[in-house]
Design a protein around this ligand. Structure first.
Ligand SMILES: Cc1cc2nc3c(=O)[nH]c(=O)nc-3n(C[C@H](O)[C@H](O)[C@H](O)COP(=O)(O)O)c2cc1C
Length: 483
C-alpha cells in the first residue's frame, strides 16, 4: 500500500488449513499489500508443530511474546515432543471443538491465532489479516481474540453469513465478555444456544492489554447478502470481497436447484453473476476474487470500482505457502506438463458447499483413493452441533463413520462422497496423522480454476516461483517494498 492509498490493491487470500502461512502473509505485507493468514484449525497445526519439535524455533519465539506467560507455558508443556510413541498414533489427540470449549483447547486456540498473526507481523510495518470460515462456528471467538492480541489489522470471513462479527469485534476489542449464537440442527426451541468468551476469565490475574479494533471484510457471492450485511443492526462490515465460483477452496452453491454437468460439477448460470454495481452503490470498499490473478484482471477490477483484487490460487503454489513442498512441486510439474486438473466437487466437503479439488495422484482428490480411506473423525472442526432426543447437544460430521452419523440422526445419503477435509487438509501441510497401524492420512489439495495459469509466475528458466513473482505480475512490475 503506498502512502497516499487508503486500501491495499492486492489481498493475498486466506487459505486454510495453513496454506496461507505466516511466511506468505508476511512477504506480501512487506511489499505493501494485505497478507492474510488462515485461522482455521491453527490450534491443531500449532500443537503438531510443537510435537514435531518446532525445528526452526519460530513458533517458540512467538509463544514467548504471548502476554499471558503461564498459558503459553502450559501449552508448550502439553504438546512437547514425545519420541516414545511406539504403538500409538504419531501425534497425540488435541481436544475437538465443542460449544463449552474446554480450558485446554481455549488456551491452545487463542495462543495459536496469536502466534500466526504475530509471526506474520514481525519486523515490518505492513498490514496482516486473519481469515476464518463462518461455518466453523465454535472456535470463532477465541480465534478472534488471539488475533486481536497480536494486533491484527483485518478480519476476513466467508462461507456463511457473518452478520454478528462487526459487533463481536467492537466488543472483543474492548475486552468485553461476549456471546455468539450457534446454529444447532434439529433444534426447535426458541432459546438460542450461545458460545461464550470472556477475556477477563481467560487472562485470570493479568491486566488486559489495550486492543485495536481491526477492519472487517465479509466474503460474499451476491449483492443480496452484501446489502443484508451492510444494513445489519450488529453493524456493517467495513468492506467486501466478492468471490466468483472459479475461486479455490469452498464456493457458494449455484442459485436455485443445483444442476450438474456431465463431469458431475455444479453448473453456474446468469443468476450467479455478482451484481457489482449494486455492491458499489453500498459505498463500501470492495475487492474482486476468483480468477483475478493477472495484471489485466486487476485493472479490470479497478475499472469496475473495486479497490483491487483478492488472489488465492497464484499464492497457494508459491514457495512461501504452507503446502508441503514435494506435493506442491508435484502439482507444479503437472501444471507445466498441462495435465493438472481441478474439479468442483459438490459432495466432498462435509459443509455441503461445493469444494474444488486438484486431481493429483496419491491424494484424496482421486475418488478411488478417497473411497479407500477408513473413516475416522478425530479432529472435528467441521462437525455440526445437533439437538439429541434427550435435549443435549451432540456433534456429527457426514464424513465420519457412516453408522455413527446415521445413529446420530444424520441421513445416509448425506454421507455419500464426503471427504474428511480436516485430516486431508492438515496432511497437505505435511502434518498428517500416521496411525498406529502404519497407515497415513493422505492430503487433499484445493485450488481455483486458475491453476493452469500459474506458469506465468515462473521466472525464466525456473521451475518454482515466489510470492514476489506473483506480486510483480499482479502489479505490472511496480513492486515497492515497504521501507
Ligand atoms: C488452497 C486454497 C485454500 C483456500 N481456503 C480458503 C479459506 O480457508 N477461507 C476462505 O475464505 N477462502 C479460501 N480460499 C479462497 C481464497 O481466499 C481466495 O478468495 C480465492 O482463492 C480467490 O480466487 P483464485 O483462487 O481464483 O485466486 C482458498 C483458496 C485456495 C486456492
Amino acid at each position: 500500500m503506498s502512502n497516499n492509498q487508503k486500501y491495499p490493491e492486492i489481498i493475498q487470500g486466506g487459505m486454510g488449513v495453513g496454506v496461507s502461512s505466516w511466511q506468505l502473509a508476511r512477504t506480501v505485507a512487506m511489499h505493501g499489500q494485505l497478507g492474510v493468514v488462515s485461522g482455521t484449525a491453527v490450534a491443531l497445526t500449532l500443537a503438531r508443530k510443537l510435537m514435531d519439535g518446532d525445528p526452526d524455533g519460530h513458533v517458540n519465539w512467538a509463544i514467548s511474546a504471548f502476554p499471558f506467560p503461564e498459558i503459553a507455558e502450559r501449552v508448550r508443556a502439553k504438546y512437547a515432543p514425545n519420541p516414545n510413541q511406539e504403538g500409538k498414533d504419531k501425534y497425540k489427540q488435541v481436544p475437538m471443538p465443542t460449544i463449552e470449549y474446554g480450558r485446554d483447547l481455549l488456551e491452545l486456540t487463542v495462543l495459536a491465532n496469536f502466534v500466526e498473526v504475530y509471526l506474520a507481523k514481525a519486523g515490518h510495518y505492513g498490514i496482516i489479516g486473519l481469515n476464518l470460515l463462518e461455518k466453523v462456528q465454535v472456535p470463532t471467538l477465541p480465534s478472534l481474540y488471539g488475533a486481536l492480541l497480536a494486533d491484527v489489522d483485518y478480519i476476513l470471513m466467508g462461507a456463511g453469513i457473518p452478520i454478528r462479527i462487526p459487533k463481536a469485534l467492537d466488543e472483543l476489542s474492548q475486552n468485553l465478555d461476549i456471546s455468539l449464537p450457534i446454529k444447532i440442527a434439529e433444534d426447535d426451541s426458541k432459546e438460542p444456544t450461545l458460545a461464550h468468551f470472556s477475556p477477563k476469565e481467560f487472562a485470570g490475574d493479568h491486566e488486559l492489554p489495550k486492543l485495536k479494533r481491526p477492519k472487517f471484510l465479509a466474503i460474499v457471492s451476491s449483492a443480496t447478502l452484501a446489502t443484508h450485511l451492510s444494513r445489519s443492526t450488529f453493524g456493517s462490515p467495513d468492506g467486501f470481497v466478492l468471490e466468483a465460483p472459479v475461486a479455490g477452496g469452498h464456493n457458494a452453491s449455484p442459485r436455485g436447484k443445483v444442476q450438474l454437468s456431465e463431469t458431475g460439477e455444479p453448473i453456474y448460470g446468469e443468476r450467479d453473476i455478482i451484481d457489482v454495481p449494486a455492491i458499489k452503490a453500498l459505498g463500501l470498499p470492495f475487492w474482486m476474487a476468483g480468477g483475478y490473478g493477472s495484471y489485466e484482471q486487476v485493472q479490470m477490477a479497478k475499472q469496475m470500482g473495486a479497490e483491487g483484487v483478492q488472489v488465492g490460487t497464484a499464492f497457494a503454489f508459491c514457495e512461501e505457502s504452507g503446502m508441503e513442498k514435494s506435493l506442491k512441486h508435484k502439482i507444479l510439474d503437472a501444471v507445466r506438463k498441462g495435465v493438472a486438473k481441478v474439479r468442483t466437487d459438490p459432495r466432498a466437503s462435509p459443509t455441503g458447499f461445493p469444494f474444488k479439488v486438484v486431481e493429483v495422484e496419491g491424494t484424496m482428490g482421486i475418488p478411488e483413493v478417497a473411497e479407500k480411506r477408513q473413516r475416522i473423525c478425530d479432529l472435528g472442526y467441521l462437525r455440526e452441533p445437533y439437538k439429541k432426543d434427550n435435549g443435549k447437544i451432540g456433534y456429527r460430521c457426514p464424513a465420519e463413520p457412516v453408522k455413527d452419523y446415521v445413529a446420530k440422526g444424520g441421513k445416509l445419503e448425506d454421507t455419500e462422497g464426503r471427504r474428511c477435509l480436516c485430516n486431508g487438509l492438515v496432511s497437505t501441510l505435511g502434518f498428517g496423522q500416521e496411525r498406529r497401524d502404519g497407515s497415513k492420512e493422505l492430503p487433499i489439495v484445493t485450488s481455483g480454476d486458475d491453476l493452469k495459469y500459474v506458469v506465468r509466475f515462473f521466472p525464466k528458466g525456473e521451475s518454482v516461483y515466489h510470492a514476489i513473482d506473483v506480486l510483480r505480475v499482479l502489479l505490472g512490475g511496480k513492486l515497492t517494498p515497504l521501507s
